[in-house]
Design a protein around this ligand. Structure first.
Ligand code: UDX
Length: 456
């Protein structure tokens, strides 16, 4: 088609991973790049696909992933990642090649940006001779820590021995061996293998990080030693981009009206993110812990997040009557709005990286209760290094839960943590404002993509 005087926008193809904590930062990166003059094409799996209605400014290219919702939901994370990549390589190549054939040489794709776990996109970019970059949606501290897995394995640390779990890992302050717990991810050899695949920067010209330099300056410098490509820390991406709807699940906004009725900084907000699940016994301990804390609470229980249940039918008898209006339980919240609400006094989180960044951005102190993988590392950094949370470690029981909530919301200890969280919030605000580190990094990233000097 002829260009009728309209300036053409260079096309950037984004390949998100179809998991909530990965999808949101990629879509928001799209919004940011669109505001810098790029045309955005989202090449996405059919499984957990984003809703095009929420992003009329983007084009969407579905990848026939051949996964099927049932297969995808049944797979464990590691299997899902591998199957997804195997299934997507050919169709992704095909749809992009088709796009390139349709468009003339002045209207071509200038770069593919893919989520690190959609690693096969690197091979696709190779085949089509297109430049590419990788978006990392987890913390640089976690990346730096996992770089040590092969060494720890070679030194005989795995399988982890119970008697050594609390030992500090030499050279990796503040991490303990326990924070490398891998049982829930598979065997150590598989983990090292998949890490090597997802960490392979191949032909990528840059790594884009959803993190902020003031938090992770040292970790970024450490990881940079292993990957000699350009780094662009542009996070928290959700604070850089204007608000948009990126949620796969429908949020229940009634909880906002409930929050409006609570006293400032009184509510403990509880969520284990989009993937983690729990046992019925844990549900009961959490329920009674929240009840016994005497604080108001907003609790997200995702349907199916309790093994063997539909939703909250397994809550212990008498619990609802005991807490009455003091508790609000929902299936999914508008989390960023919740964290920005003045009533929220603390966030009990599984410490997924998005939740961590969202809490830090609003100055909300945390109770860190990781469930698996990088969440363990994030929890340790949040509590021991940035000191914006209390780590609720070990066996989950109602007494410990109630005590930890009180420590965070009522005690002097909690006040100090809140002050640290607020200081982080202010620094983060500066980073995303004009002239700040993330703001400048995004401008450099856009300039680099536009320069047409990316290696193919
Ligand atoms: C996954 C991995 O588990 C984690 O280890 C990795 O760091 C990121 O991906 P996930 O469970 O998706 O984490 O958690 P997180 O990264 O915190 O992302 C969850 C997202 O869902 C957040 O953006 C949060 O705002 C949103 N959310 C969560 C809601 O909007 N409403 C809710 O009720 C709960």
């Amino acid at each position: 088609m002829e260009n009728q005087g309209m300036q053409r926008r260079p096309h950037v193809v984004l390949v998100p991973a179809p998991l909530q904590g990965h999808l949101s930062p990629m879509l928001e990166l799209g919004t940011l790049l669109h505001s810098k003059g790029f045309s955005i094409i989202i090449a996405h799996t059919i499984f957990n696909s984003p809703d095009p209605c929420n992003h009329p400014e983007f084009s969407f290219l579905p990848i026939p992933d051949n996964l099927g919702d049932q297969t995808a939901a049944a797979a464990n994370l590691m299997t899902l990642i591998i199957t997804m990549n195997n299934n997507c390589e050919a169709p992704l190549t095909e749809i992009l090649a088709e796009f390139m054939k349709r468009n003339d040489q002045h209207d071509q794709i200038c770069c593919i940006i893919y989520d690190m776990i959609m690693y096969v996109s690197g091979a696709v970019a190779d085949k089509l001779q297109l430049p590419c970059m990788i978006l990392r949606t987890s913390a640089a501290s976690a990346a730096a820590a996992y770089e040590h897995l092969p060494r720890l394995n070679a030194e005989g640390y795995f399988p982890l021995q119970d008697s050594k779990l609390q030992d500090l890992v030499p050279g990796l302050h503040p991490l303990r061996l326990k924070d490398f717990a891998t049982a829930d991810m598979g065997n150590i050899k598989d983990i090292i293998e998949i890490s090597a695949i997802t960490n392979n920067t191949r032909n990528a010209s840059a790594l884009i990080w959803n993190t902020v330099d003031h938090l992770e300056h040292t970790a970024l410098a450490l990881v940079q030693q292993a990957y000699p490509v350009k780094f662009f820390p542009i996070g928290p991406i959700h604070k850089m981009a204007p608000p948009s709807s990126t949620s796969l699940l429908q949020a229940d906004s009634n909880c906002m009206a409930w929050l409006d009725k609570q006293a400032p900084h009184s509510v403990i907000y509880v969520s284990i993110g989009s993937i983690a699940i729990m046992e019925e016994k844990e549900l009961a301990e959490i329920a009674w812990g929240l009840a016994n804390s005497s604080q108001p609470f907003l609790w997200v229980v995702r349907p199916g997040s309790v093994r063997g249940s539909e939703w909250i039918e397994l809550l212990p008898e008498g619990f609802k009557e005991t807490v009455g209006e003091r508790g609000c339980i929902v299936k999914w919240t508008p989390q960023r709005k919740v964290l920005a609400h003045v009533a929220v006094g603390g966030f009990w989180s599984h410490c997924g990286w998005n939740s961590a960044l969202e809490s830090i951005s609003e100055g909300v102190p945390m109770i860190c209760r990781p469930c698996f993988a990088d969440q363990n590392i994030n929890a340790r950094y949040l509590s021991e290094f940035w000191k914006v949370g209390l780590h609720m470690d070990g066996q989950l029981d109602r007494v410990k839960i109630a005590t930890t909530i009180k420590r965070l919301i009522m005690d002097k200890e909690g006040l100090e943590i809140r002050q640290n969280a607020n200081a982080m919030k202010e620094k983060t605000k500066l980073s995303v404002a004009k002239g700040g580190s993330s703001y400048s990094s995004l401008n450099e990233l856009a300039k680099l993509i536009l320069s047409n000097q990316l290696p193919k």
